[in-house]
Design a protein around this ligand. Structure first.
Ligand code: FRU
Length: 504
């Protein structure tokens, strides 16, 4: 295994070493002259100040969505890992609350999850429902710990029997994700252990027994496995046809460089996860550079499976030029499965709630050619575009365009590739590899390309063919670069476009 992540953790527990000590992880940090309000996202969570990474403890309880995440309360670099806490009733507007979990004698508080213990199986709540969080205590070694809350996550008590899963001698041993498995009537916990996923079971969230392991000779192994998740979904909405989806983040080894998230489709019998498809097949949830450590919400009332990820990449997260915060989350997405040529695949769409904060609808339809100059303006927008492919070899939409550059969202017809090109997107010298084009293969049946582009101040999320292909990239445009322009380069294409401002 490469030892980059391990070095990162050693640095954290050690004294304040400068960014340079991160070695190959990043280029040296650039000086931050002032605050950057023009890059603060409109519709996704970013902290008031300081550093965040992975989402943690995503759970719906008593009318609120809870978002916890990896946070340094006292600095804008990774360190002092704690759980930040924010709540929302609509997944779009978030209220940041006081820090929920802080480092203790067992170490820093690394990633983990939270569940509603409806029937008080843990015995912490006097027979009532309460919230239980499982997280990694990162001290001399990584172990799993428990905390509980009887006041809707506002205050937490750490269990005095911690750790609940001690370290068995594996250096990278972290990120517990818990869910209730109804058929076996027990809690199931997934853990990243080196480049494997371990699966545990428990009657009470306190006593855990290992059931199985997954991952040998499956998927990508170019880095450490992190932040697993496992859930069941219907294929094309058919409740009689379900599959289990195993989520595994990996760093490094992602398709756009650095960190990324792979997934496996298969079956879970309550003990073991078995993946289908060829053993050497690798499926990526998002082929952009900036979607990492996604986690799905527990207990969403209407049965939707929702998740969100950290919009960044370990390759350059430390050098992101925003201030006074560093790091943000993706828009929450609804997950589904659909039949595709290579087998059942994951689909992701922005949650329906995003449409509730659309305003100022503008629309256009017609034929685009090389000389077209159709344009709209906006720096926090939801763009819905349909292209009827014609002679143009490349079609798409430029966003954040202006004198200082543009971000190109396009479809390369001959290559069959959806892409985001941020080479000339504004402040692109974040790291050597930042100015780049990221793409994903995409078949366009019947010559009709359906694009949804959520461009939000310093991030572009592209969902194509109803969520079958997804790309998420950070960009740092000049504050004046707010032009949105559909294009057909080198030929013609018919297009229809709707542009909405996102105004929470
Ligand atoms: C993923 C990760 C987790 C770990 C956390 C530490 O980005 O490396 O594996 O728990 O970040 O902040």
């Amino acid at each position: 295994l490469p030892d980059l992540p391990r070095r990162r953790f050693l640095i954290s527990t050690g004294a304040l070493l400068g960014l340079g000590a991160l070695g190959g992880l990043t280029t040296p940090g650039r000086a931050i002259a002032g605050e950057t309000p023009h890059w603060r996202p409109a519709v996704r969570f970013a902290p008031e100040r300081n550093w965040i990474n992975d989402p943690n403890g995503l759970v719906f309880f008593d009318g609120e969505y809870h978002l916890f995440c990896q946070h340094n309360p006292s600095g804008d670099q990774w360190g002092n890992m704690s759980w930040l806490h924010a709540v929302s009733t609509d997944l779009v507007r978030w209220q940041e609350l006081p820090v929920a979990l802080e480092p203790d004698e067992l170490g820093a508080i690394f990633s983990g999850s939270a569940v509603v213990d409806h029937h008080d199986t843990s015995g912490f709540f006097g027979g009532k429902p309460g919230l239980v969080a499982l997280y990694t205590s990162a001290g001399d070694s990584q172990q799993q710990s428990l905390a509980h809350s009887s006041d809707r996550g506002r205050t937490w008590t750490k269990y005095d029997g911690n750790p609940v899963i001690p370290n068995p001698g594996i250096a990278d041993f972290r990120d517990p994700k818990v869910f209730w498995h109804e058929p076996t009537g027990r809690w199931v916990l997934l853990l990243a252990a080196g480049d494997r996923i371990q699966i545990y079971g428990s009657p009470n969230l306190r006593d855990w027994e290992q059931l199985s392991e997954f991952g040998a000779e499956r998927g990508a192994h170019g880095g450490v496995w992190e932040c697993p998740d496992l859930f069941e979904l219907p294929v094309d909405g058919d409740p009689a046809r379900t599959r289990w989806v195993m989520i595994v983040s990996i760093n490094p080894g992602g398709p756009a460089g650095g960190s990324a998230t792979q997934y496996f489709i298969g079956d879970f019998d309550g003990t073991t996860f078995t993946a289908e498809g060829p053993a050497d097949e690798v499926r990526w949830a998002d082929r952009g550079a900036d979607f990492y450590a996604p986690q799905s919400f527990s207990d969403v009332p209407d049965g939707r499976r929702l998740w969100l990820g950290w919009t960044s990449n370990w390759d350059y997260a430390a050098a992101i030029p925003t201030s006074p915060w560093r790091g943000m989350m993706s828009t929450p997405r609804e997950l589904g499965l659909t039949d595709a040529a290579g087998g059942v695949q994951l689909v992701q769409r922005p949650v329906a709630e995003l449409s509730d904060v659309r305003a100022n609808r503008r629309a256009w339809g017609g034929v685009l050619t090389d000389g077209s100059d159709v344009e709209f303006r906006g720096s926090a927008v939801d763009v819905v575009a349909t292209f009827r492919l014609g002679t143009a070899p490349v079609v798409g939409v430029d966003v954040f365009a202006g004198p200082g550059g543009r971000t190109r969202v396009g479809y390369d017809v001959a290559a069959g590739e959806l892409f985001v090109d941020r080479t000339d997107s504004g402040e692109a010298q974040v790291s050597q590899q930042f100015p780049a084009r990221h793409g994903t293969p995409l078949a366009v049946d019947g010559g009709v390309l359906a694009l949804r582009v959520v461009a939000d101040r310093s991030c572009v999320e592209v969902f194509a063919q109803d969520g079958r292909a997804v790309l998420t990239d950070l960009v740092f445009p000049d504050s004046g670069s707010d032009r949105i322009a559909p294009f057909a380069a080198g030929g013609r294409a018919e297009a229809e476009l709707e542009v909405f401002d996102l105004t929470p």
